[in-house]
Structures are given as structure tokens and as C-alpha cells.
Write a protein that binds this ligand. Structure first.
Ligand code: TYD
Length: 156
């Protein structure tokens, strides 16, 4: 079992539809620990770096407009297997294909305005955390309910 940290972005539709509390609550209840959180505006360079794998896609311009339509919340979440566990909670890219129970499945019916971003691998998580957070913006502490979140043999 491996402690990991992953990067979440609560996108403009989450902010503008007042869904922030709902989303944070789902991650908290799962047992993930918030180790960083702030509101930012996604300036051109930051956004273009973040979505560099999509820069030649026909939807890139509309994606950019959407991502810059309000400030966003970036959040760092830690926990055992946090990267894959978080992707499961978020669901696949298109809201209309995502299973009910996932954030996108419950809250989005769009292939673009899909509420949250979550890192999809250890490599992208590392890269994205460094992109959005400086070292002194990430914190270390223990949740008080740790004994109930993990089995004895799962704790470090
Ligand atoms: P991608 O990195 O493929 O998916 P994910 O967010 O699940 O990791 O795509 C990034 C974002 O680009 C996606 O969340 C929404 C947007 N997007 C579109 O607007 N249209 C599309 O056809 C696709 C595939 C993605």
C-alpha cells in the first residue's frame, strides 16, 4: 500500500454552480486528506502547460474559454493509492458516460464541463502538483480518524 498525493482542480462549473462543498465533502468522506488548497485564476501559460497534450485538438479553444470563465480551486489530496482512488471517485471524462455515484456521473452531463480534474498517473500527479503548488503551500498532518480509515496493516 502506497501513500500518494494527487492534484484536483475544481473547475469553473463547480465554482459557478456552487458545488464546491459537495465535492470536497465526497473526498473527505472517502478518507482522503486535503494537504493543499487555494483559489487561482488559470492564466494562459499555466493552462496551456496543463493541457499541452490537447493543444492541437479542435476543442482546445473552447476548453480554454471554459477553464478561464471563473477562478478555480486547486487541491492536493493524500492517501493510500490516492491517485487511482480519486480517478474512480471523479469518473471518466464525459459526464454522460460516467457511472452514477461518481462526481462526473452525478453532477455533469457534458464532455467538457465536467466539474473536476484529477491527475491520472503518478508521473502526471508529480508534474501537476509542482505546477500548481510551491513546497510551502503543501502541509503535513494526521487526520484524527486515521485508525478507522485504514486497517492496521495498511497504515505506515
Ligand atoms: P482529458 O485529459 O482527455 O480527460 P480527463 O479530464 O478525464 O483527464 O481531457 C481534458 C479535458 O478536456 C476534459 O476534462 C474536458 C476537455 N475535453 C473536451 O472539451 N472535449 C473532448 O472531446 C475531450 C476528450 C476533452
Amino acid at each position: 500500500m502506497k501513500e500518494e498525493t494527487t492534484l484536483i482542480i475544481m473547475k469553473p462549473d463547480a465554482v459557478l454552480r456552487n458545488l464546491l462543498g459537495e465535492i470536497v465533502s465526497r473526498f473527505e468522506r472517502k478518507g482522503l486528506k486535503i494537504v493543499g488548497m487555494k483559489m487561482v485564476k488559470l492564466e494562459d501559460t499555466l493552462l496551456e502547460n496543463h493541457y499541452s497534450h490537447l493543444k492541437d485538438k479542435p476543442f482546445f479553444e473552447s476548453l480554454k474559454n471554459y477553464m478561464q470563465s471563473s477562478p478555480v480551486i486547486v487541491m492536493a489530496l493524500s492517501g493510500v493509492n490516492a491517485i487511482s482512488a480519486t480517478r474512480l471517485i471523479v469518473g471518466p471524462t464525459k459526464g454522460y458516460e460516467a457511472d452514477a455515484g461518481s462526481i462526473r456521473g452525478d453532477l455533469s452531463i457534458s464532455g467538457q464541463t465536467n466539474i473536476v480534474h484529477a491527475s491520472d498517473s503518478p508521473e502526471t500527479a508529480k508534474e501537476e502538483l509542482e505546477r500548481f503548488f510551491s513546497k510551502d503551500e503543501l502541509f503535513n498532518y494526521d487526520r484524527l480518524d486515521l485508525d478507522f480509515i485504514y486497517g492496521e496493516d495498511e497504515r505506515e
